[in-house]
Design a protein around this ligand. Structure first.
Ligand code: SF4
Length: 298
């Protein structure tokens, strides 16, 4: 079986959610505009990493269909240039969206095939050693002491990437740089980030604003470095293989997981951890998944 970092995290979060999406094949179609900005921004930064930044910014409207978002993305890239042009962390060859594919079958007691998969945002070199750059866009404060960073420290996803990359390259990959971009919004600076009605005028205001302070000294781009130890990777491997063995042994393809009354399949506190889970109407009652709005089968 193939198990990706995100599937593993989903399984750890809620086994029923894993079953609904990864086994039954449903997916959540709820519109999430903030995720769209993040993924478009990732695509933009990948181009900035490998091409002439000014040329890339000249066609930012091809990536962001919303001209206000395009202006904000340009503002963030230019903020990043101001701060990190001396240390851009360019990707190694094929370092953007670096694919992880590691055979872990020899770690499995039952001897079934287990392939760990995933994609790392960027692999770059730090002090001549491979390192991981993980980009985030967020509405939360990202100043030096913001609590935002606490939840990223030793995030299982990044430990998994560190394990995967170390296995592929045959060297310990310990260094990770989180690179966070704060989404421009009125709550950050109501004068600077009030859009108005004219995107061209808004863009000009943002470009002028590049050289002035943002309200409350809000950092719009910031980095935090973490060091992933061998112990963390070992622990991650133990939990990852354990989850894979459980999935295999329980034969999640059985209909057992499909029964809403099975409380054991849930992890307490996960249903509303990020946003209310879209499958809630199904869990704990007899609604059919097909009846829930915004859900589709692949
Ligand atoms: S509602 Fe809760 S138990 Fe049901 S799938 Fe979502 S997270 Fe899991």
């Amino acid at each position: 079986m193939k198990l990706s970092v995100s599937s593993f995290n989903k399984y750890q979060g809620c086994k029923r959610l894993y079953y609904i999406e990864k086994v039954l094949g449903y997916r959540d179609l709820t519109p999430k505009p903030w995720l769209e900005f993040g993924s478009n921004f990732d695509a933009l930064m990948e181009l900035v990493d490998t091409r002439d930044a000014n040329e890339v910014l000249g066609s930012v409207n091809d990536i962001f269909k919303d001209p206000f978002q395009a202006a904000e993305a340009e503002y963030l890239v230019r903020k990043w240039q101001q701060k990190y042009s001396e240390d851009p962390q360019p990707p190694i060859e094929n370092g953007n969206q670096y694919e992880i594919n590691v055979d872990l079958s020899h770690h499995v007691e039952d001897r079934f095939e287990l392939i760990f998969t995933g994609y790392i945002d960027k692999v770059y070199e730090e002090d001549s050693e491979p390192a991981i750059n993980e980009r985030k866009t967020t509405k939360d404060p990202i100043n030096e002491t913001s609590v935002y960073w606490n939840r990223l420290l030793f995030d299982p996803q990044i430990v998994g990437y560190s394990f995967g990359l170390s296995s592929i390259l045959g060297v310990e990959v310990n260094n990770v740089t989180y690179e966070a971009f704060r989404k421009p919004q009125k709550a950050v600076d109501s004068v600077l980030f009030t859009r108005g009605t004219n995107p061209t005028a808004y863009r000009e205001k943002l470009l002028k604003g590049l050289y002035g302070p943002v309200k409350r000294s809000a950092e719009m781009v910031n980095r935090k470095k973490v060091f992933i130890t061998d112990e963390l990777r070992e622990q991650w491997l133990y939990e990852f293989v354990g989850a894979a063995e459980e999935i295999h042994a329980k034969n999640l393809l059985s209909k057992e997981m499909d029964q809403p009354e099975l409380e054991w399949t849930r992890n307490a506190g996960y249903c509303d951890k990020f946003l209310p889970c879209v499958y809630k109407p199904f869990c704990g009652c007899n609604s059919r998944l097909e009846d829930i709005q915004y859900i589709a089968k692949r």
